[in-house]
Design a protein around this ligand. Structure first.
Ligand SMILES: NC(=O)c1ccc[n+]([C@@H]2O[C@H](COP(=O)([O-])OP(=O)(O)OC[C@H]3O[C@@H](n4cnc5c(N)ncnc54)[C@H](O)[C@@H]3O)[C@@H](O)[C@H]2O)c1
Length: 328
């Protein structure tokens, strides 16, 4: 089994690479090579099989073709410019999120055998806001450029699947929490920050009201969904290659309640509220809940509750986050 992770140096790409390296197999087949591709050379996971690491631009067709060599069985396409960055710089978002996905499509099309392509789309490809509960056949009406670029990517990959160029599964990821390390340029960065920073002993502000709710999942669950998307029988999907996975609808106050259980009242007291209209303008368009029945039928596993999400952060990422930020 030959695998490529585009965006293999990012938050989820590194977690996926580490999981594949640990297991040495995917869907019961031994992994014979793994290619990690990102803007900078991605870190190497400890693996019993060869790991190729490439630095390049996803919008450069020759670089992408090198990252998806003949014989590739599975491509995880995670490379992207995230939400607030794509909103701030339209040209960059179009180049990476749209033209990058086109380069992936062309590289897969050049292969002899159509590879499975797992594409990370987003909750941000939907509109509807706080009151929406998106059904499985809900229409994608993005209220930001990033979401529009993801929705277009899904459509292109779905048509490429119909034509037999590749075999796509697009996972419309919820907001993934708790993101380790430092705050990033995603508009949803605060959702991780309001629990991560207090657990590190730091104060932070929340730009939205306590009753603001998000559709969320943990990095552990996201990686489980990627692996399932890479190995599932896609014959049952028909033309509909977009998956609304079974995430968790959780409010800021519920997250802070879980923070208090896991980190105590002192940790909870480190969060104060400071409205930020720019962030609110982006995230308030995202739906806070989905029905996600089809995904459960297709074998995608249910996200655990908020307390489990925070406990997973403590187990998996607290020590590495402290080391990255030079904290004791
Ligand atoms: N983390 C979330 O909450 C979330 C939610 C919904 C969807 N997603 C999607 O999941 C995927 C992974 O998210 P993540 O949180 O790991 O993001 P990330 O920013 O940590 O990783 C994305 C990677 O893409 C790389 N990249 C950006 N521009 C590139 C270019 N021109 N060429 C090559 N690589 C480039 C970045 O360097 C980065 O390592 C992304 O496609 C993102 O849009 C994430």
């Amino acid at each position: 089994m030959r695998i490529t992770i585009l965006g293999g140096g990012g938050f989820l790409g590194r977690k996926l690479a580490a999981r594949l390296a640990r297991e040495g197999q995917l869907g019961g087949k031994a992994i014979t090579s793994l290619t990690l591709f990102d803007l900078n050379v991605p870190p190497v996971p400890e693996a019993a099989f060869p790991v190729r690491r490439l630095a390049g631009d996803i919008a450069e067709p020759t670089a992408v073709a090198e990252a998806i060599p003949p014989g590739t069985d599975v491509v995880f396409h995670l490379a992207a410019v995230v939400s607030a960055a794509a909103e701030a710089d339209f040209d960059l978002g179009m180049r990476v999120n749209l033209h990058g996905t086109l380069a992936v499509l062309e590289a897969c099309r050049a292969l002899e055998k159509a590879p499975r392509v797992v594409f990370t789309s987003s909750v941000a490809s939907f509109g509807g806001g706080q009151d929406a509960v998106i059904p499985d056949d809900g229409r994608q009406l993005p209220a930001n450029s990033y979401g529009a670029q993801k929705a277009v990517g899904e459509l292109l990959l779905q048509d490429a699947t119909r034509r037999g160029f590749l075999d796509a599964v697009s996972i419309r990821l919820p907001t993934v929490i708790v993101r380790p390390g430092r705050p990033n340029k995603a508009a949803s960065s605060f959702v991780s920050a309001i629990v991560r920073e207090p657990l590190l002993g730091l104060t932070t502000t929340c730009p939205v009201d306590p009753d603001f709710a998000i559709w969320a999942c943990s990095p552990r669950r996201a990686v489980e969904w990627f692996l399932h998307a890479a190995t599932m029988n896609t014959a049952t999907l028909g033309l509909d290659r977009g998956i609304n996975p079974p995430g968790l609808s959780v409010s800021v106050s519920e997250l802070l309640g879980a923070l208090e259980i896991v980190g105590g009242t002192e940790a909870r007291s480190r969060v104060t509220f400071a409205p930020d209209p720019a962030i609110e303008a982006i995230v308030s368009g995202w739906p806070a809940a989905f029905t996600a029945e089809r995904a459960l039928t297709l074998g995608f596993t249910q996200q655990e509750d908020a307390r489990a999400v925070l406990e997973a952060f403590l187990t998996d990422d607290l020590a590495a986050t402290k080391a990255e930020r030079a904290m004791s």
